[in-house]
Design a protein around this ligand. Structure first.
Ligand code: NAD
Length: 468
């Protein structure tokens, strides 16, 4: 009998379903199938693969309500936000459908005509073509399974790779639903294969021969993934956590910016890699900002995630409650002041009250460690230089935001902050046109954008002489 994974609804703490887990043997069989299937998938015309994945994109739209409900049941994400994720995924897929041909196009880099350069020599062409990597592992996170999943497996499949897809153990049903839809629209079932389980299954997957490992998850797991991939010199890409700062200058309209940043910090219960994790506010507007921020937070409705009015549901993983409490207690013990929240909510489910901390400083874990929950620290600063120093005082480097009407000032500040993404007057947003990439502990490599398609191909250099 295979081991089973017990899928628990974070809002009710009840069992949704038990699903069988893959072990080393079944994972090896799946890897073998993916290897056998890869050449013929890659040999199909790109137009075929585009057509198939266009149908997948359309089915996601048609199945939006059902899939959103499933996502909410296993992650606790409020239903409106689950639906938002599903509604935004097709436009990302569209980007890949439209741009993969451009990336796969052979490029003639150099040509020596036979007679023009050295009379009597042969014509020479130097050409670059782009080929799939082969079989790739896509080890994924639960917080935005459609976004972070499709960012990888759609361009991987379009460019001719086969995919061993390990959904997070906290978004397993969503992973299986994705596989079903892909098969339904014509992706062969050896071309995209789910691998079910947690860290043990993920580690066993990395023991298989692979040509690429694409990981989205925490820094701690990222270190293990990189070490395992190094054993086979497998190409590896890591999209890890963040400690994303936002700096509010003194020249903004305070209430609008406070509301935008409250949403950036608390949307999806703060469980976004690019959630605003710490806020620095210029001292001239600090008091007004805090007042407006608290107004916005008071407006967030906490409750049953299946209710369309709910903005804050439970956190998705039970152990995260202890980590949130650790960060709050550490901050309070070191002199922070709690303006709201600070503890678990007394009701069934893994609810943590939205928490705002002021009088914070960088001695506190809440301003340096990834929080990944509904907790935010807000710190007063006296100058742009102080804000820049604090924004850079982290090992992470995913995103950073500056709010001011003054574009040169924002660009100047952001260019001095170490981050893969720079936001002027916005935060917590992702665009398919731009690379999603990190610095430092936030990882390396890119998804999305043309760079995020190139991640799944390798160049071949052709030296072509007309005659010898
Ligand atoms: P996690 O690191 O706990 O797990 C991620 C995946 O790795 C899961 O599928 C898990 O089963 C698997 N895994 C765990 N141990 C493994 C091992 N030893 N070998 C192979 N696989 C293993 O992360 P999570 O809780 O799923 O996601 C939250 C984290 O992901 C946060 O840190 C968040 O910031 C980050 N994240 C980053 C991005 C980004 O684009 N940069 C996007 C979403 C989430």
């Amino acid at each position: 009998m295979p081991d089973t994974l017990h899928l628990i609804n974070p809002a009710t703490e009840t069992l949704i379903q038990a699903v069988p887990i893959d072990d080393g043997t079944t994972i090896a069989q799946k890897a073998q199938r993916a290897h056998m299937a890869q050449p013929s998938w890659a040999n199909r015309p790109l137009s075929d693969r585009i057509e198939i994945l266009q149908r997948f994109r359309d089915r996601l739209v048609q199945e939006g309500d059902r899939l959103a409900a499933l996502l909410t049941s296993e992650t606790g994400k409020p239903i409106t936000q689950s639906f938002n994720e599903l509604r935004a995924t097709p436009s990302r897929i569209d980007f890949f459908l439209r741009h993969t041909a451009l990336v796969m196009e052979p490029v003639i880099m150099h040509r020596d005509p036979a007679t023009d350069v050295i009379p009597g020599t042969a014509a020479l062409e130097e050409v670059v073509t782009y080929e799939p990597l082969g079989v790739i592992a896509n080890i994924s996170a639960w917080n935005y399974p459609y976004f972070v999943g499709t960012n990888v497996f759609i361009p991987a499949l379009l460019t001719g790779n086969t995919v061993l897809y390990k959904p997070s153990e906290f978004a397993t049903l969503t992973g299986l639903a994705i596989a079903e839809l892909l098969y339904e629209v014509g992706v062969p079932n050896d071309v995209f294969i789910p691998v079910i389980g947690g860290g043990v299954a993920g580690a066993a997957l990395l023991n298989q021969p692979l040509q690429g490992v694409f990981f989205t998850g925490s820094h701690a797991t990222g270190l293990k993934i990189a070490a395992a991939a190094a054993q086979q010199l497998t190409r590896v890409q890591l999209e890890l956590g963040g400690k994303d700062p936002a700096y509010v200058c003194e020249d903004v309209s305070v209430s609008t910016v406070a509301a935008a940043l409250a949403d950036g910090a608390f949307y999806n219960n703060g469980q976004s890699c690019c959630a605003v994790e710490r806020i620095y506010v210029h001292q001239h507007i600090y008091d007004a900002f805090i007042e407006a921020f608290m107004e916005a937070v008071k407006g967030f409705q906490l409750g049953d995630p299946t209710d369309a009015a709910t903005y804050l549901g439970p956190v998705s993983r039970k152990p995260q409650l202890a980590e949130l409490q650790r960060q709050v207690d550490d901050a309070v013990q070191k002199g922070a002041r709690l303006l709201c929240g600070g503890a678990r909510v007394d009701r069934p489910g893994w609810y943590f009250a939205p928490t705002v901390l002021v009088n914070v400083n960088h001695e506190m874990a809440v301003m340096r460690d990834e929080t990944f929950g509904p907790v935010i620290g807000i710190q007063k600063v006296a100058s742009d230089n102080e804000a820049i120093a604090l924004m850079n005082d982290t090992a992470y480097g995913l995103t950073a935001a500056v709010y001011t009407p003054d574009r040169p000032r924002a660009v100047n500040i952001l260019s001095r902050v170490r981050s893969g993404t720079a936001y002027w007057n916005c935060c917590d947003r992702v665009s398919p046109y731009l690379p999603w990439t990190g610095r430092g502990q936030s990882g390396f490599g890119s998804t999305l954008s043309l760079d995020g398609i190139r991640s799944f191909v390798q160049p071949r250099a052709w030296h072509l002489r007309q005659s010898y």
